[in-house]
Write a protein of this length. Structure first.
Lengths: 90, 436
């Protein structure tokens, strides 16, 4: 059971949320080169360790947030507070 | 494992019923199947990953291209990753013409494998049913059947009555929440004993001179001339690998890992469109044979087959979030049990013996990433998601050709890493256990 720390709803079972993958800042579509845009769309760091990632609290507050999780141990660290705008979450 | 060096034999002792009886009656033991070698300082090619893909690649490098100065490196033991954790299903009823041609070649290689490698891989072509529970999925089954027929693959759509005839234990009534409306029936599909495939390739490669190095972890890939730090990255070329047992110089490095594909490729400065997700599987206690075919339901996220020992082997969909941990979860067993009972109410009293999980490298289009990369001499055979085992023979054959000749064989042109730059994704929605 993975408990994901939602900034608004507190710890929730991961099945209540939707996974949004790695959190990367979106390049500006007006100035990004095709290579940068494709890298943003497809390429992933996929580390075995700490990863900043996006979650969508689908059956709770219905907001996106970003949080750091260790992909090898499933620990979370530095959980966000309401209104936290870190990471690349839209 | 003892490091007793070369066994000094040229020809492998042939496995046969007569040899089994002879050795059994005389109480003789069997010789070691592959050697333990000292790690040399240089090889013509290094394969990272000692699973079915890596071993098949080494085997075909030696057999088809005469490259025998090859080392296969694995950080654990041969077949310790996905090769020993998959559910051993082989089929070729995919959705894209590229996928059908590719996996069909793999089924043919599996059909010849027992004779070619002189090992009983127990390939049982018992038929494969992909169930449809809605009009939309039935339409996709018709689509797949037509693509398969064009590719010369035996598949057809059958209705509930025929499904009941093929597989009487399935509930084809309209009682379940998602009644079975039809199925894609693929007679050449079946199951193989996956460990035997690993051992067969390892044994055959060993006898041609390929060296297998277990407990040898690659910690870095050495490059020169690239645009990144330490000469890594696009435009550079590979000069060797660094391992926990010392450096090796080699002009060709082939990444045949699953789960760690991104981490290994990053060592050469190549980023991949891959995220690692575990896939969980489970096996029940053994019972008498009652399930004659492999049964798959994409809508219910379950596939099941019965082993020759009588156990039911279940697989499901990949876990929804990226993860390198192979711990099982209770949500998985609960969900799996519910879905299986929906299909086969008769197994409600069966007990699950154990569950496990393996790492799947998922790509955005459910197709692998194969072939050359922007780093010269660094090839990838990765992104094998939930379909790696069934593709092992053909991947080994094609990647060996790519590595030995420096070209890209036609069968894997569509799976090149550059397809993400060109916007030519393959979109293989016939892949198992992916939500679609």
């Amino acid at each position: 059971m993975l408990l994901v720390p939602c900034p608004n709803c507190g710890p929730r079972n991961s099945t209540d949320l939707r996974y949004g993958g790695e959190s990367h800042a979106r390049p500006d579509p007006n100035t990004a080169s095709p290579a940068e845009w494709r890298a943003y769309l497809y390429l992933r760091d996929n580390p075995a360790g700490w990863l900043r990632e996006n979650w969508y609290c689908a059956s709770g507050c219905r907001r996106w947030f970003s949080v750091e999780r260790n992909t090898a141990t499933n620990e979370f660290r530095d959980p966000p507070l309401p209104g936290d705008k870190r990471g690349g979450a839209a | 494992m003892r490091g007793n060096g070369r066994l000094g034999r040229k020809r492998p002792p042939k496995y046969s019923a007569a040899a089994l009886a002879w050795k059994g009656l005389r109480g003789q033991s069997w010789p070691r199947v592959w050697r333990d070698c000292d790690l040399k300082r240089s090889y013509d090619a290094v394969v990272i990953g000692g699973g079915v893909h890596g071993l098949a690649t080494a085997y075909y490098l030696a057999r088809n291209h005469g490259m025998t100065d090859v080392a296969v490196l694995d950080k654990a033991y041969l077949g310790s990753g996905g090769s020993g954790r998959n559910t051993a299903i082989v089929r070729s009823n995919y959705l894209t013409p590229e996928g059908v041609a590719f996996y069909d070649r793999s089924v043919h290689l599996y059909e010849q494998m027992a004779v070619e490698l002189n090992i009983n891989v127990m390939f049982s072509q018992r038929g494969h049913l992909t169930l449809a529970h809605s009009d939309a999925s039935l339409r996709t089954m018709h689509w797949r059947a037509e693509v398969n027929k064009l590719g010369g693959v035996n598949s057809s759509v059958i209705g509930p009555d025929e499904i009941k005839k093929e597989c009487p234990s399935l509930d084809t009534s309209d009682h379940p929440r998602y009644p079975i409306q039809g199925a894609l029936y693929h007679p050449p599909g079946g199951v193989v004993r996956h460990d035997a495939v690993v051992w067969g390739y390892a044994r055959a490669a060993d006898h041609m001179g390929v060296e297998m190095h277990q407990k040898t972890e690659v910690t870095d890939i050495l490059c020169e001339g690239g645009d990144g730090p330490d000469g890594k990255g696009a435009g550079g070329r590979v000069t060797g690998v660094r391992t926990n047992r010392g450096d090796i110089s080699t002009p060709i490095v082939i990444n045949c890992t699953a789960g760690w594909a991104s981490l290994i490729s990053t060592m050469a400065g190549v980023r991949l469109p891959i995220t690692t997700h575990p896939l969980q599987a489970a096996v029940t206690e053994p019972v008498k044979m009652f399930l004659p075919t492999v049964v798959v339901s994409g809508s219910l996220h379950v596939y099941v087959s019965q082993t020759d020992r009588g156990e039911l082997v279940f697989g499901a969909s990949v876990d929804p979030y990226a993860n390198y941990s192979v711990r099982g979860s209770l949500e998985f067993t609960e969900g799996l049990a519910g879905h299986v009972l929906e299909l086969m109410p008769g197994v409600s009293r069966m007990r699950i013996l154990r569950q496990w999980s393996g790492l799947c490298d998922m790509t955005p289009d459910y197709s692998p990433v194969m072939g050359h990369t922007p780093v010269e001499g660094f090839l990838v055979d990765v992104g094998w998601g939930t379909y790696g085992f069934k593709a092992a023979p053909v991947s080994g054959e094609q990647i060996a050709e790519a590595a030995a000749t420096g070209t890209t064989p036609k069968l894997i042109e569509a799976f090149a890493l550059s397809r993400f730059d060109d916007g030519e994704l393959v979109g293989e929605k016939g892949a198992a256990s992916v939500g679609h």
